[in-house]
Design a binder for this molecule. Structure first.
Ligand code: AVJ
Length: 321
C-alpha cells in the first residue's frame, strides 16, 4: 500500500537525520520536522502572536501591492504557470491570485506542499474562494514537484517562495537551493521570494522568544514528536528554550539547553547530554537588500524589483532568470 510505504520512507529519513544530528558536535536538529499535526497548530499560533511581525508584514505587501506584483510577473502577458513552494492555506498568495484573475491573465496555479493534508484542504477551499481559478495541487518534495510542473507544460514559469522560508537555510544552503531552482527554470522565468530583513535586533529576538512561551512549545514539540515516532524518551521538562540574534551576521538561532546531565534513548541509540549543553534547533536568517542581491547573482538570477511593507521589515523580491 502506497500510503504505508510513504510513511515508512519518511520515518526512515526522519530517524536517520535525527540520529545524525544528535551524533554531530555540536548537536543539532532539523526545523523541517517541526511541522507535524501539533506543530502546524503551534505555528498557526506563532503567526497570530503580537511579536511575530513577519506574517503581518508580508500580508500587508500582498494585500496592498498585489496589482503591482501581478504586473511585474506577467510582463509580456504570455500564458504562464504559477508554482507556489510550500503553499500552506494560501492566505497570502490568494491576493496575488485574485489580482492575476482580475487582469484576465492566462495562468494555471500549482500549489506544492509536502503535506497531503494541506493540498486536500486547498482542493476543497480554493474553488469557493476563487471560482475562476485554474489550479492543480501537487503533493510532495519542492524540487520533485517543480520538475514535474516543468514537464507538464513548457509555458513560462513563475515560482512563489514566500513566508521567509528561505531563512531556515544558512546562506550557503540558500545559495545551493536557489541555484537548484534556477537549474529547473528557463530564461525569463520568475522567482518571487520572501526575505525577513535585518532590523532592530530586539524586534527580531522578541519574535523568537515570546513571553507566552509559544515558540518554546514549538521547539519542544519536536522532542515529543521524536518520542512518539522514533521511540525516544526525551523529558521535555529537562530542556529549556533559548533564542539568540546576532546582528553582525543576521543569524537568528533557536536552541534547546539541557538543564542537567542526562541520557536520552532513541530506539536503541543512547545520547548523553551535559548540563548546559545545547541542541541547535533552527536558524532564521535575516538579510540586507545587498545580501539578497548577492544571493540572487550568486545563484544565477537578476533582481527585478522589491516589494516591501511600510516599516521595511520584510521584502518579497522579484528575480528573473
Ligand atoms: C516559517 C521558517 C519562516 O523561521 O521565522 C517561527 C518558522 N520558527 N518561529 C521562521 C518559525 C520560530 C519561521 N518560518
Amino acid at each position: 500500500m502506497i500510503s504505508t510505504e510513504k510513511t515508512a520512507i519518511t520515518n526512515t529519513e526522519f530517524l536517520h537525520e535525527t540520529l545524525e544530528g544528535l551524533n554531530a558536535e555540536p548537536k543539532r536538529m532539523y526545523s523541517k520536522y517541526f511541522y507535524d499535526e501539533a506543530g502546524d497548530v503551534i505555528f498557526q499560533q506563532i503567526m497570530d502572536m503580537e511579536e511575530y511581525y513577519l506574517t503581518n508584514a508580508e500580508m500587508e505587501i500582498m494585500k496592498h501591492q498585489a496589482n503591482e506584483i501581478a504586473d511585474s510577473v506577467s510582463g509580456d502577458d504570455s500564458a504562464f504557470d504559477l508554482i507556489e513552494l510550500g503553499a500552506g492555506d494560501a492566505t497570502k498568495s490568494i491576493h496575488l491570485l485574485k489580482a492575476l484573475i482580475d487582469k484576465k491573465l492566462d495562468f494555471k496555479y500549482f500549489p506544492i506542499d509536502i503535506s497531503a493534508h494541506v493540498i486536500s484542504e486547498l482542493e476543497l477551499n480554493l474553488p469557493a474562494k476563487l471560482p475562476a481559478l485554474n489550479f492543480e495541487g501537487l503533493n510532495g518534495d519542492y524540487f520533485k514537484m517543480l520538475k514535474k510542473a516543468t514537464e507538464l507544460s513548457d509555458r513560462k514559469k513563475v515560482v512563489l517562495f514566500m513566508g521567509a522560508n528561505i531563512g531556515n537555510m544558512d546562506i550557503d544552503e540558500a545559495q545551493t537551493f536557489c541555484a537548484g531552482l534556477k537549474h529547473l527554470l528557463s530564461p525569463n522565468d520568475i522567482l518571487i521570494i520572501g526575505f525577513d530583513l535585518k532590523k532592530n535586533p530586539k524586534k527580531i529576538l522578541d519574535a523568537y522568544s515570546d513571553k507566552a512561551g509559544i515558540t518554546r512549545a514549538f521547539n519542544l514539540n519536536l522532542l515529543t514528536r521524536i518520542n512518539r515516532e522514533l521511540d525516544g524518551n526525551f523529558n521535555t521538562n529537562a530542556f529549556e528554550h533559548y533564542a539568540s540574534y546576532n546582528p553582525e551576521n543576521g543569524a537568528c538561532k533557536s536552541y534547546l539547553i539541557s538543564l542537567q546531565n542526562q541520557k536520552v534513548t532513541i530506539g536503541n541509540a543512547d545520547f548523553h547530554f551535559e548540563k548546559d549543553e545545547y541542541i541547535l534547533m533552527e536558524i532564521s536568517q535575516k538579510y540586507s537588500k545587498q545580501e539578497i542581491e548577492e544571493l540572487a547573482n550568486a545563484s544565477g538570477f537578476k533582481v527585478v524589483q522589491y516589494f516591501s511593507d511600510q516599516q521595511h521589515y520584510f521584502v518579497d523580491a522579484v528575480w528573473k532568470v
